[in-house]
Every structure is written in structure tokens, then in C-alpha cells.
Ligand binder design. Structure first.
Ligand SMILES: [Zn+2]
Length: 233
């Protein structure tokens, strides 16, 4: 079922992990990944997301990503990453058993680009066709996969201080010194027996990342001051 509205909310803790993992894979050479005999940096990274699912008063569904944990057994490459299903099953299983306040929510992976031009010219901060094809496999549905995050990262010649903001309702950008990053959120739903991601630019998905954007809007109507007095609605 395709819900009318999804909110994907990222905790500061999860955001820090997402940034650290994608930045490490982007900037630090990994010995066992070689091209023409030389270790390579700018590779993809993959990990699992854990958090909560909340049905809101207005029936919107909120996925709160509490933590993002890098899968150390995923095989990292330049323009792809091979997932290790055993790792995902193990993590989902252990979390359910020992930390029952968390559920397996989905995954994240990074898209490394040489420079911001490459990203901006073709809106490469969105998901690739390959990413979409992956999802159509019973494994994900069985695991309760609900959210996919893509962290796109590119280097800039000059360090910047641009404030973070939305480039689409499901995508927020951030500038950290010489790096620019874009975090995009997708939700998974069943349709005619297929398990699918929501679209790029999909207005039914809002990415809420208060650690980057601040508390910009209300999820539900909040009380107002009336006649000089605070009145809860
Ligand atoms: Zn991808």
C-alpha cells in the first residue's frame, strides 16, 4: 500500500554516522580495493538503518532513523557495493532480540562523485536505476525494509559555508568545508506484487533532518498565542 505521506526523520546520531562513513569511503584509500595496482579512494559504502515507525495523528507515517550502522562485510567498489545479506539478517535479528525498542528500517549507501558539477548537472543526488532494481526481491520485504537513504558526496575546490536546505522534499544538502553532501530519502511500498521505492522529487516523502535544517515546520498544528495567552489547540 502506498501511504499518502511519509516523513523520514534522521537523528543527529544517525547523521553523524552517515557523514563519517561516506566521508571515509570517499577520502581514505582502501588497501584491498585497487585499480591498476593502486589502492583507491572514492568508493561506495553501505550500511543498515535502525529506528522506529510511528503512525502520526494525520495518518502520515514517520520513520525515525535512530542509528546508521556501516556493514563491514559489504563489498565496496567504485560505483557499486555488494550487500552481504547474512550481515543484514544477523543485525536485524540481534536488534530485535536485545534492543526491542528499535526495528530494522532499511539501508543507506553512498554515491561518490569527483566534483559538484558532476552531481548538479544531472541531479545525481537521486537514486540510480540499479538501486531501484535491487529492491524487487522478496528478501527486503521479508526483512521489513522501509527506508533507503542515498548519501551523495563530492569535493569542492574551495571550502564553503552554505547553509543546509532542501533541494527536493526528499533531499537535503549540506556543506562541510571542502565537501558537499546530499542526503536523499526513499520509502518502500508494495504495488501489484512488486516492492518499489517512491520517486525522486516525490512530494509524498519529506526528509526531516533537524540537525541540518533546524525545526523548520510543524508536524501537527501547535498551540497559538491568543489575546496575549498561550492556548493549546
Ligand atoms: Zn546507488
Amino acid at each position: 500500500m502506498h501511504y499518502k505521506r511519509y516523513i523520514v526523520r534522521i537523528s543527529e546520531n544517525a547523521l553523524i554516522s552517515l557523514i563519517l562513513s561516506s566521508l571515509e569511503a570517499y577520502s581514505v584509500k582502501k588497501k584491498d580495493i585497487k585499480e591498476k595496482g593502486r589502492p583507491k579512494s572514492r568508493i561506495e559504502v553501505y550500511g543498515s538503518l535502525f529506528g522506529h515507525e510511528i503512525i502520526m495523528k494525520n495518518k502520515a507515517i514517520l520513520y525515525h532513523v535512530e542509528m546508521a550502522n556501516t556493514d563491514t562485510t559489504a563489498e565496496q567498489r567504485r560505483s557499486s557495493v555488494d550487500v552481504n545479506r547474512e550481515a543484514i539478517s544477523l543485525k536485524a535479528d540481534i536488534v530485535t532480540s536485545f534492543w526491542p525498542h528499535l526495528i530494522y528500517l532499511g539501508d543507506f549507501h553512498s554515491h561518490p562523485f569527483k566534483n559538484t558539477r558532476e552531481v548538479l548537472d544531472n541531479k545525481m543526488y537521486f537514486m540510480s536505476e540499479n538501486d531501484r532494481e535491487w529492491l524487487n526481491d522478496n528478501f527486503w520485504k521479508q526483512k521489513g525494509y522501509r527506508v533507503g537513504l542515498v548519501m551523495t558526496i563530492a569535493a569542492m575546490e574551495k571550502a564553503g559555508r552554505r547553509a543546509s536546505g532542501w533541494v527536493a522534499s526528499n533531499c537535503v544538502d549540506a556543506t562541510l568545508g571542502n565537501y558537499r553532501m546530499w542526503l536523499s530519502a526513499y520509502c518502500a511500498y508494495s504495488q501489484k506484487g512488486e516492492y518499489k521505492y517512491t520517486n525522486d522529487n516525490d512530494l509524498c516523502v519529506t526528509l526531516d533532518c533537524p540537525a541540518l535544517t533546524g525545526l523548520r515546520w510543524e508536524h501537527a498544528d501547535f498551540g497559538r498565542f491568543k489575546n496575549g495567552q498561550y492556548k493549546p489547540l
